[in-house]
Design a binder for this molecule. Structure first.
Ligand code: HPA
Ligand SMILES: [Zn+2]
Length: 357
């Protein structure tokens, strides 16, 4: 049960904060409605045992046993996406929703090309559709965006290398801004992907690097991602709590953890939101952002995650200022954009420091 009520004023404050999202899978924004619509339009036959209605599917999404149980649904979801317009529409629906409802200012979005190229959809189709969504969002919604290509760790690293080759043009020209690593964590540790991370770095010396680590895997998955893959951000990273040395290192090196509260509950990483180690991170000055991960599957977009954290932690305005400041500093946009967002943050803090007294 939440301990702190989120007043209307508090909700408005959280909405108006210039939030940055660093951990959202575009394929994880596929709402049941669009899933069924695209399956029909593209003549995709869903598995026999797959829920038949939106209500049934949403109900099943409330009962994921763990990461793998979710991933089984997630990959069935990806299978309905075929054309460039499908990818565009998926991305656009997300951008429009979070810019208008959630007050999102900047978002760095993951996509999983291998979940599409494995089914015969080309890299070009995927990237062009998503890129078009990003451009329209920047022009019409005023939010800034970056695309992060993720490799699926349940596939061999040779498949990852092939994927990097297919994406070479977009890595070199910067349309793909960063590399990430996702899917089933524990059986597939970071050391399996050293060659892939070296390869993208060869193609583009200043490409940004991140990896999912320490969601179900222990703290060594995080340390090894930092040491062997040279990532400068960790997605999830909640198991860093197991090592004080690691917490100190994350703080010293300003490694941002992209924490996903509602995801952690839905995938049974924690029983209660209060168990997410945000207080420890604050105590050790480990920078973190709050994110939605797969909002269509986990029952909430970014503002819902902020509200849920407020209801469970009752953070004061100064803590929210710090969280948003760290999210801005840890973003991969230009300094000029960060300055804009920091200025906006100051205005919102000034406005609400009286209202929320
Ligand atoms: O939270 C996640 N973890 C790992 N892989 C994923 N792919 C989509 N979401 C996730
Ligand atoms: Zn994720």
């Amino acid at each position: 049960m939440p301990h702190h009520q989120c007043s209307e004023t508090m909700r408005n404050f959280l909405q108006e904060l210039p939030k940055c999202e660093h951990h959202v899978h575009l394929e994880g924004t596929l709402e049941p409605e669009l899933l069924f619509e695209l399956a029909k339009r593209n003549n995709i036959v869903l598995p026999e045992q797959f829920p038949k209605s939106k209500a049934e599917l949403t109900e099943r999404y409330n009962n994921f046993a763990d990461l793998q149980d979710f991933l089984d649904f997630y990959y069935i979801g990806t299978s309905v996406l075929l054309t460039e317009d499908d990818f565009f529409q998926l991305a656009w629906n997300y951008f429009e929703r979070v810019a208008k409802n959630d007050g999102l200012a900047h978002t760095e979005v993951f996509f999983d090309p291998q979940s599409h190229t494995e089914r015969g959809v080309s890299m070009d189709t995927v990237v062009k559709g998503f890129k078009r969504g990003c451009e329209k969002a920047e022009e019409e919604l005023g939010i800034s965006t970056k695309l992060i290509m993720c490799l699926l760790r349940h596939l061999p690293s040779s498949h990852g290398l092939e994927t990097i080759n297919q994406a070479e043009e977009y890595i070199v020209n910067g349309h793909i801004h960063a590399l990430g690593l996702d899917s089933a964590e524990k059986p597939f540790p970071p050391e399996l992907f050293v060659e892939c991370y070296e390869k993208v770095k060869q193609l583009h010396g200043s490409i940004n690097l991140t990896a999912h680590a320490g969601e179900e895997g222990d703290h060594t998955y995080i340390t090894n991602s930092l040491d062997l893959l040279n990532v400068k951000r960790i997605d999830h990273g909640v198991n860093s709590i197991q090592s004080v040395e690691l917490l100190q290192r994350l703080s010293d090196e300003r490694i941002l953890l992209s924490v996903c509260p509602l995801s952690n509950i839905k995938l049974q990483v924690f029983k209660e939101l209060t168990q997410i180690p945000l207080l420890k991170f604050l105590e050790h000055d480990v920078p973190f952002s709050l994110n939605s991960d797969d909002p269509a599957y986990f029952g909430g977009y970014i503002l819902d995650n902020y509200i849920a954290i407020h209801e469970n932690f009752g953070f004061k305005i100064e803590i929210w200022e710090k969280i948003v400041k760290n999210s801005i500093h840890g973003s991969w946009c230009h300094q000029s954009r960060k300055d804009e967002l920091l200025e906006k943050l100051q205005k919102v803090i000034e406005k609400y420091s009286v209202l929320l007294e």
